[in-house]
Design a protein around this ligand. Sequence first.
Ligand SMILES: NC(=O)c1ccc[n+]([C@@H]2O[C@H](COP(=O)([O-])OP(=O)(O)OC[C@H]3O[C@@H](n4cnc5c(N)ncnc54)[C@H](O)[C@@H]3O)[C@@H](O)[C@H]2O)c1
Length: 466
Amino acid sequence: MKTNRDVVNKKNILCIGAGYVGGPTMAMIAAKCPDYRVTVVDINTQRIAAWNSANLPIYEPGLDELVRTVRGRNLFFSTDIDGGIRDNDIIFVSVNTPTKTFGAGAGMAADLQYWEKTARQILENSISNKVVIEKSTLPVKTALAMERILNSQPNGISFDVLSNPEFLAEGSAIHDLENPDRILIGSRETERGRSARNSIVEIYARWIPRDRIITTNIWSSELSKLVSNAFLAQRISSINAISALCEKTEADVTEVARAVGMDSRIGAKFLNASVGFGGSCFKKDILNLVYLCRFYGLEEVADYWDSVVNINAYQQERFIMNMMTAMFNTLAGKRICIFGFAFKANTGDTRESPAIFIAKRLLEEHAEVVISDPKALDNARIDLSGRAGVLDYREDPYEAAAGCHAIAVMTEWDIYRTLDYERIYREMAKPAFIFDGRNILDHAACFRIGFNVYPIGKPSLTHFES
Ligand SMILES: NC(=O)c1ccc[n+]([C@@H]2O[C@H](COP(=O)([O-])OP(=O)(O)OC[C@H]3O[C@@H](n4cnc5c(N)ncnc54)[C@H](O)[C@@H]3O)[C@@H](O)[C@H]2O)c1
């Protein structure tokens, strides 16, 4: 028998989706709010088992310690989604929202099937009022659809949908959760909406200064997350576009970025030229934004943001073409070592990593590929499973590079900055090449050792006569 309660139980929190966002975010809330009981549920039983084990399903600096402190105290991981919904009135939803792969909007729009399934499951299992919080990144106006689903049965239960997008960056998630630039909470501007919003503000206010917790209308909140990612990715594509011009003109993109970034109106962050951005969010969120703009008939605006994604693809293909040109116009039969497969340092996540594209293209060119990474080899094996060609995986970078014709640096892991490159050079085929897709190595030192060095957006250093 369903009963109506006027107030929600504020001390129990549920999070549906135990991924890169749900797990770390809830661990931080549990740590900062010891009087709350936080439960994280997921349909993926293996993932939940891993969260309950010594071997967490994701790598993130500081995460192991954090989880060890709170797990079993006031943080619990479970597969009982229905029970979780029944017992908790504050429900964060952090399920995945990947790019749609089928039907209308395929390759562009967000696939909202996981979200919608969750909304229906919340509706079916609720016996008291709920505050449902969008933690996943969603197209603007999704809350409206959620409200319609949740309020589709006249059962006396009220549902308030809030938007509280997550801005953490993988690799620094724990730091970002502890010291966020801002927390954004959007709600309907009604009395109930504001009251629901306040219950979430109260949670974050335990450790985040009030002036960094901003509240907005729900549509602004949903849209701000997409726009933040679009702006961040745009800066990377902007400097990457300039890196191509630098390579033609003997300008040095690091010097250009420094000069440009010192303008306080521009700022220095996210101006490192590279082989391109990866990760599960940037591309998908920009495409989502592009799709929304086209939906609303804003073709020019859509084209503008689409170009950010296009430059990223161009930068990756350009990297392969530069390798090919440098290595005498053929990669066939050459052994190439990839340093780093994660999409960025300090994570094992390889979703949309440029290394996937580069490895696939190298195999298409009939190169032999050896992949090295301190945390991402398991994911790399999954990403490249079924690929034809010679593929090898070695955690040890020295073993990986031995006998290779070239090294391609794909991830800015610190360990790659400090390897013994003299030793590596001695054991490589000659002439030996380094293609630094992250501009992290000491290029002059590598050149002195004997390498032919190809950075991004700066003159190459080669021992060949022109
Ligand atoms: N990864 C990031 O850096 C990041 C940062 C900010 C925001 N986001 C957004 O957060 C959301 C989650 O991202 P993520 O990287 O954590 O994804 P993820 O794929 O790591 O985790 C999502 C989890 O949801 C689970 N799930 C899917 N459907 C479910 C259902 N019906 N019931 C229960 N569990 C279900 C999946 O099994 C998975 O474990 C996405 O919308 C993403 O855009 C991600």
